[in-house]
Design a protein around this ligand. Structure first.
Ligand SMILES: Cc1ncc(C[n+]2csc(CCOP(=O)(O)OP(=O)(O)O)c2C)c(N)n1
Ligand SMILES: [Mg+2]
Length: 204
């Protein structure tokens, strides 16, 4: 287990960032979490200091739970780095590119296995990301080669403003409700904030 913050601490961090954004103190995109606090805290109960965590454009919660000091994180967000926060010293990497981190996560897990090390990779992604071709390939490869990796699929049912299931003509997502050695799936309602921004200034 790494640095567990409470649900309330996570929510108030994002509210502080939303206020800063509304006051035009941040001149770059931000993506705020809400509604998944209990789920993500539960996932982090299994994550150790030596494990790698890979994230998307929305990664404030993971950074806090991996041990990045809140003041340092806030400073970096205010300087415009929210969309791609990377702290190799805390073993956490993010990318603003849909699927960007998934093959990187696989590569790190492959390296860990080859060196017979004991740590693991945790790779977070949204519902739309989980339906892409490269993610299907990475999950298949990881399972078949028994790589030390775990994928977390956070389903808010949306890709920006687009309905993910409708896009693909699916009744259910490929990994919907899958909870096994390789995948944790959870559904959450992200309606408090828009996809990007905080709902007052720029939003989309
Ligand atoms: C390669 C690429 N295509 C498109 C985008 C624009 N984009 C940013 S986030 C996003 C939605 C992804 O949806 P999902 O995986 O469900 O993530 P969520 O934000 O809902 O957690 C899109 C299409 C991008 N960043 N990168
Ligand atoms: Mg989504």
């Amino acid at each position: 287990m790494t640095h567990l913050l409470s649900k309330e601490e996570l929510i108030s961090f994002e509210e502080d960032i939303a206020n800063c954004f509304n006051k035009a103190m941040i001149k770059a995109p931000i993506h705020l979490y809400n509604g998944n606090e209990e789920n993500i805290i539960k996932v982090f109960e299994k994550i150790n200091e030596n494990d790698w965590v890979l994230c998307s454009w929305r990664s404030h919660y993971q950074c806090l739970l991996k041990g990045v000091p809140p003041d340092k994180l806030k400073k970096d967000i205010l300087e415009g780095r929210s969309i791609s926060l990377c702290y190799s010293e805390y073993k956490i990497l993010s990318s603003g590119i849909v699927t960007g981190v998934v093959p990187i996560a696989l590569g790190i897990a492959f390296d860990i296995k080859r060196k017979n090390e004991v740590n693991k990779v945790y790779c977070f992604m949204g519902d739309m990301t989980s339906e892409t071709g490269i993610v299907h390939e990475c999950i298949k490869y990881s399972q078949n080669h028994k790589l030390p990796i775990h994928f977390i699929i956070e389903d808010n049912s949306l890709s920006v403003c687009t309905d993910t299931k409708k896009t693909w003509g699916l009744d259910r997502l490929t990994y919907e409700n899958t909870n096994d050695d390789y995948i944790t799936y959870y559904r959450y309602n992200s309606a408090k904030y828009p996809h990007a921004g905080s709902g007052k200034r720029i939003q989309f």
